[in-house]
Design a protein around this ligand. Structure first.
Ligand code: CP3
Length: 350
């Protein structure tokens, strides 16, 4: 008998099968907007939390129960993999993440270490096991990693950046060093994601959060082959969600790079996005996270508008176009989830 999660609306939609209702979950669903998260977080630093598997499991299991979403995402962070690859990692309060020892030049690229085993990230793998063990059987667990470009940009810039100048300078000036770095990242992330799958993930999401700073030609030349190589290394049978944000012109190339599900942001209408991806791929997204700050009626109206744009297309997972923002009213997050669950694909709400 297949496990309870196998026929969940989320996994059916990820496989492009018809679902009795539209599944929904939210990127950054466990975050600072949620009082339950703030309570657990107040006990220590964010990194301490990420390195405590029991607390990571508790955060996500409580969040899923509170929100009634159709999937859980591992509580962890995109940047943890860069520590064993040779970068310092810190989350100073009030600022974004800071990576010490960044890779600034082609000569620095050799300092970026390829992950050889999961020993240094054993706490993540343990968090996957404990989260899977504590979740209800019908709720699939999504695990995740950064896409090669986003991880490279963090490693080179040492944090977030306005123009990604240092990253692009390296990319434009030394293709050999760039490809060597991207290759090392691809093999490391593939090892990491496959280990998360072995530990209990039902799907994986690859976050290309910063790739929107690139134009179409640069994506095709410097990024697409590496993202494609990563996706091809993920063990077959496990849906891959490929997320990118910032530049709707990249969507056809994101789709070409691969993934069973393409996750898009709000800059593109969902009906246009459906036409921009391959027919066999499912789609995820794409409410603007700031809409959740609007009055409740407007939230519900905009969610229905989004659902209407998908029509009867098979393979749709409702989500935001990017993560839930701090200070988002919890009641509006709940209103979004309820509105999706009440939606009938023919357009009528009960
Ligand atoms: O609920 C979930 O989605 C699961 C957990 C999750 C976190 N980060 C927890 C987190 C996931 C999937 C991520 C991914 C992540 N981390 C991304 C990709 C998604 C995206 O937003 O594009 C990126 C770029 C990061 C790197 C990162 N980590 C940033 C930019 C920040 C924000 C810094 C800040 O202070 O605003 C973090 C910190 C972080 N990751 C928090 C959480 C809950 C907040 C930390 C805190 O409690 O202070």
């Amino acid at each position: 008998m297949s496990p309870a999660w196998h026929d969940s609306p989320f996994l059916k939609a990820a496989r492009g099968e018809a679902t009795p209702r539209v599944p929904v979950w939210l990127m950054r669903q466990a975050g600072r907007y949620l009082p339950e998260y703030r309570e657990i977080r107040s006990r220590g630093s964010f990194l301490d939390l990420c390195k405590n598997p029991a607390l990571c499991a508790e955060v996500m299991i409580k969040t899923v129960a509170r929100l009634g979403v159709d999937a859980a995402i591992l509580f962890s962070d995109l940047l943890l993999i860069l520590e064993p690859m040779g970068l310092g990692l810190d989350f100073p309060t009030g600022e974004g993440p800071v990576l010490g020892n960044p890779i600034r030049t082609a000569a620095d690229v050799d300092r970026l270490l390829e992950l050889q085993s999961m020993e240094s990230l054993g706490f993540v793998i343990e968090a996957v096991r404990q989260t899977r063990a504590g979740l209800p059987g019908h709720i699939p667990l999504v695990c995740f990693a950064g896409a090669p470009f986003t991880l490279a940009a963090y490693a080179v810039e040492g944090g977030s950046s306005r123009d990604y100048r240092t990253t692009k300078t390296l990319m434009y000036s030394d293709a050999g060093a760039w490809n060597a770095m991207m290759g090392r990242i691809v093999r490391s992330v593939a090892l990491y994601l496959n280990a998360q799958i072995d530990a209990g993930a039902q799907a994986v999401q690859i976050f290309d959060s910063w790739v929107g700073c690139l134009g179409v030609d640069d994506y095709r030349r410097y990024v697409l082959p590496h993202s494609k190589a990563l996706i091809e290394r993920i063990q077959p049978g496990v849906p891959v969600i490929h997320f990118a944000t910032g530049n709707p012109a990249l969507v056809p190339l994101i789709s070409e790079a691969g993934g069973n599900v393409i996750s898009i942001d709000w800059r593109l209408r969902l009906d246009d996005a459906c036409r921009a991806i391959r027919p066999a791929q499912s789609i995820q997204g794409n409410l603007d996270p700031t809409i959740l700050f609007a009055p409740r009626d407007e939230v519900c109206r905009r969610v229905r508008e989004m659902l209407g744009q998908v029509g009867n297309r098979r393979g749709y997972i409702a989500n935001l176009g990017h993560g839930v923002l701090p200070h988002t009213p919890v009641e509006n997050v709940l209103a979004m989830i309820e509105t999706v669950h009440e939606w009938q694909p023919n357009g009528a709400t009960p």
